[in-house]
Design a protein around this ligand. Sequence first.
Ligand SMILES: Cc1cc2nc3c(=O)[nH]c(=O)nc-3n(C[C@H](O)[C@H](O)[C@H](O)COP(=O)(O)OP(=O)(O)OC[C@H]3O[C@@H](n4cnc5c(N)ncnc54)[C@H](O)[C@@H]3O)c2cc1C
Length: 387
Amino acid sequence: MENTTINFNTELTEEQISIRDTIREFAESKIRPVIMEFDESQEFPMEIMRQLGELGFLGILVPEEYGGAGLGYIEFATIIEEIGKVDPSISLSVAAHNGLGTNHICRFGNETQKKKYLPDLTSGKKIAAWGLTESVSGSDAGGLRTTAEKKGDHYVLNGSKTFTTHGTVGETLVIMAITDKSKGKKGISAFILEKGMEGLIVGKKENKLGMRASDTTQLTFENCKVPAENLIGEEGEGFIQAMKILEGGRISIAAVSVGLAQGALSASVKYVGERKQFGKHLSEFQAIQFKLADMSMNVEAARLLTLRAAVMKDKGQPNTKEAAMAKLFASEIAEKAANEAVQIFGGYGFIKDYPVEKFYRDVKLLTIGEGTSEIQRIVIARDLLKD
Ligand SMILES: Cc1cc2nc3c(=O)[nH]c(=O)nc-3n(C[C@H](O)[C@H](O)[C@H](O)COP(=O)(O)OP(=O)(O)OC[C@H]3O[C@@H](n4cnc5c(N)ncnc54)[C@H](O)[C@@H]3O)c2cc1C
């Protein structure tokens, strides 16, 4: 059992600072004023996504030749954190669009697929969705049941997906399905689907506790005809591809978590300087100061773990354990931070006029999506015990 040693600079470069400032300004001016509108209505913020596309934030990891920004995971995490500080649900959508569907095509698609699909995704003209989870297979993702049968020049998909982020609004979808049942996980393949394909049925949009601006929808495939050229890579490579995509996705969920925790902390610091009880500002009570100190320490530690996983990913180093640690730690401290923030706000923390009420609802997804906390612990322990 060895400790991972990696040298990395925790200071952002000038270019990274400029990217951070651009997205910070966008989140404050364009997202903050409309957060509750989208939260209440559960409407997907399409216009905001289009604007994010114009700024280059929907093709973060995609090379410039396909219309992307050609950046790495440090920039990805920085952008996601900044949006997460203001609105975790839009941050989640940006994370999923970039890190899952778009990234799957970018990493494993062939040249024709990349040229055909990526420019519309990076510009925000189309939104990406990524379907692995089914009603019978969540944590046990390899137990999925959707089938893809080859018939001449196309595959016929039958089955369904649950909890697909952007299942309703997504126009380009990456879907995992079984092409050879006898091979177990090695018989799972990945396909690019387009909205409007015969037999692709968009089902119920979920009514959620939090992350309500982010569209989460059931999908059904009824003899859905997908051209054979839409297979990503070779038959049987879909599960491994999906696991690699999730590894990067976990860094982005860690970044949403850091952003949410920082947002809860910043709101709390402001509030304790305004609110008075017993003739004193809340900031003067040591019990409150301790909460802020713990929140701040946890946010810093989570950001460092996230950055470390991002640096390793950018360097092409194995980072399964590090991404799992970042996602696990950051999402769990974010949960604590949101809880403490509501406590610090007292009754006002329970009211929708203050930002911490929404953080408290949004945060729960972060210990569940892209692998629950229990699954992250399994991944970390497996790595520790593998020798
Ligand atoms: C808002 C939202 C968006 C999502 N977006 C997407 C998406 O875009 N694409 C997609 O494919 N999926 C998506 N998901 C699905 C998500 O990844 C799953 O919900 C998650 O992986 C957990 O699966 P499950 O819900 O079936 O829970 P289950 O797997 O049924 O787990 C239930 C509980 O049992 C625990 N458990 C399960 N197995 C073990 C074990 N071996 N040891 C210990 N404990 C265990 C879990 O940790 C959990 O606490 C989304 C989910 C939500 C809620």
